[in-house]
Design a protein around this ligand. Structure first.
Ligand code: NDP
Length: 241
């Protein structure tokens, strides 16, 4: 495990699933961790682990700005940002409403813009920072029934590369993780038939865990990844290669 003692970390959407595993790994590694959520949080659970939590809709820039300013007021700095919050509203294009397009794009893509914009000036002036964006393998290969989600995740990959180029000279690494099929509330909604067919496309023949993703995030946030920027790391048991 890496040592993140003295580091301030923000994990968006850290109340459940992959974000929760990421937040717990950073907290167990000594970091001061702040998570956001949109609807509800098990406050007692996170309090007992020393993880600070706030309601903050990633799609709302004013809320994001207030949240990041409060973290800077408390900690004096933000070292690591993990843009993890995400959602799905699946359906074939023929039936997809413009509301379902907007809410997914605003959460998954604009949310990454909002948080990165809110922290980047601060990271630029401190001349270091690590930004890790959670995309998806479907943002690389596409998926029927997810035009909104796939577009949002492809946007995150493009955004990562553009911002990596902009911030590299300030010693800020911006990378992306593309998880495959991970066991969370998001995937528990899928039918057993769909789950089985996804699993058949995984060479490692197992569903991934939040911890599988959290370990890759910790690597990209560590000094060991100091010369890596603008990259997409698939954590998918070999689904996409
Ligand atoms: P979950 O649905 O289990 O958790 C989503 C988290 O995001 C929750 O904490 C939720 O908060 C938060 N969230 C959603 N919308 C907002 C918002 N507008 N503002 C703030 N927080 C929000 O998802 P996963 O853990 O499965 O997914 C995490 C990330 O990984 C997502 O970006 C997802 O797209 C990506 N991913 C997941 C894969 C998988 O197989 N699970 C595969 C590839 C990528 P609340 O509880 O309050 O709603």
């Amino acid at each position: 495990m890496y040592n993140f003692t003295g580091k301030t970390v923000i994990v968006t959407g850290g109340s459940r699933g992959i974000g929760k595993s990421i937040a717990e790994r950073f907290a167990a590694s000594g970091a001061s961790v702040y998570i956001t959520y949109k609807n509800a949080v098990d406050a007692e659970y996170f309090d007992s682990r020393g993880i600070k939590h706030s309601r903050c809709d990633v799609a709302d820039f004013a809320e994001v700005q207030t949240f990041t300013e409060n973290v800077i007021k408390s900690e004096g700095k933000i070292d690591i940002l993990v843009n993890n919050a995400g959602m799905t509203k699946d359906g074939l294009l023929i039936r997809m409403s413009s509301e379902d397009w907007d809410v997914v794009m605003n959460t998954n893509a604009k949310g990454v813009f909002n948080f990165t914009k809110a922290v980047c000036r601060h990271m630029m002036s401190q001349r270091h920072g690590k930004i890790i964006n959670i995309s998806s393998v479907v943002g690389i290969v596409g998926n029927a029934g997810q035009a909104n989600y796939v577009s949002s995740k492809a946007a995150v990959i493009g955004f990562t590369k553009a911002v990596a180029k902009e911030l590299a000279s300030r010693n800020i690494n911006v990378n992306c993780i593309a998880p495959g099929y991970i066991d969370t509330d998001m995937t528990s909604k899928l039918s057993d038939t769909i789950k089985q067919s996804i699993l058949e496309s995984v060479p490692m023949k197992r569903i991934g865990s939040g911890e599988d993703v959290a370990k890759a995030v910790a690597f990209l946030a560590s000094d060991d990844a100091g010369y890596i920027t603008g990259q997409v790391l698939c954590v998918d048991g070999g689904m996409v290669m």
